[in-house]
Write a protein that binds this ligand. Sequence first.
Ligand SMILES: [Zn+2]
Length: 397
Amino acid sequence: MNHALALSLVSLVSFVSFQGRIIVTDNTASYEFGKRITFTLTVNSAVEVQAITLFVLTSDDSRTQVTEADFTPGTSVTATVERGLRDHPVPPFSAVKYWWRVADASGAELTTDPATLAYEDNRFTWQTAQRGVVTAHWYAGDLAFGQLAADIGAGALERINRDIGAPPPESVDAYIYKSVKDLQGGLELGGRTWVGGHADPALGVVLVAVPPGPEAALGLERDLPHELTHVLIYQFTKPNYAAVPSWLNEGLAVTQQVQPDPTYRLAVQRAQSAGTLLPLTELCGAFPVDAADATLAYAESESVVRYIRDRWGSAKLAALLAAYADGATCAGGTQRVLNTTLAGLENDWARDVLQASPLSNILRRIAPWLLLFLLPLIPLIGLAFASTTKTQRHEDH
Ligand SMILES: [Zn+2]
């Protein structure tokens, strides 16, 4: 055996033995929902442990968060890292992936296998009921209430699928809170205290606030189809879901509500008379934080989407989604599909919907049916016209 080979064998042996000297004896993560996640690692090593680093990857962030743990160096150490969930929220019902890297004084390093923490809202005892791909979860109310939620959810998926052709997800979990206060407990609101429902389309998770009782069906028919629409739009447009303008995404969601929101029509009418309508270009991105402005944003979006459906048909709404999935800009999408700018669409909408008389509104709605009714009469009209012309010609002569 020559000297160089002997040396390399020694270093190989020492590398292996150093690796073996860092032993993980405890690796856990626990959480208090909406407040904090605590990650704990206990390791032993023959030599002093000098650095422990935590890596965390959440479903809403493409970047891994790297945190150096604070601990007293030694051969047997426990490191704890706390993640405050008010400052760094984690999406409810998502999986949090984490792993550690440990280094000791000998230069040896150990990286643990990635572990997963299921971040569920454990403040309540959830029951489940299923219909098709929809699993309803609830904690207040009886089994009939939960089944009603699953039924309404499954019906909504079918309807939305028929309307805009978006494929349903493989599975969707609908969590029914009994109050908005309960629902908001784990959400990043960013000042939007008016939030009453939430969808995490990538996870296939929707949250609504509907208490059990005589009004339950009304509430579920209003909120579930809305949130589920976002899930289907995600299925249709991923990975470009974020490019779908809010006026189209939210407008479609509101128009799918079986129970419309009566305050929306009033909000648009008031803003029109006050001259405070929000320009469509401002509704491409995130909606306003202010509650009254947000209501107006939803109301206008609903009205514009209804206008597109009435004037061009549902197929054009699907075509718009396809254009945004294909990477079109907010203005580029309407140009490509409807052959109009955003301002043009807004002007047409204002002229046809807001300034039109109730009679012309009715006429616009029934125009296709009127045409269908008049079609068989066209030959008769033609005949009558021809005979009149003939008579006129005779007279000319
Ligand atoms: Zn929405």
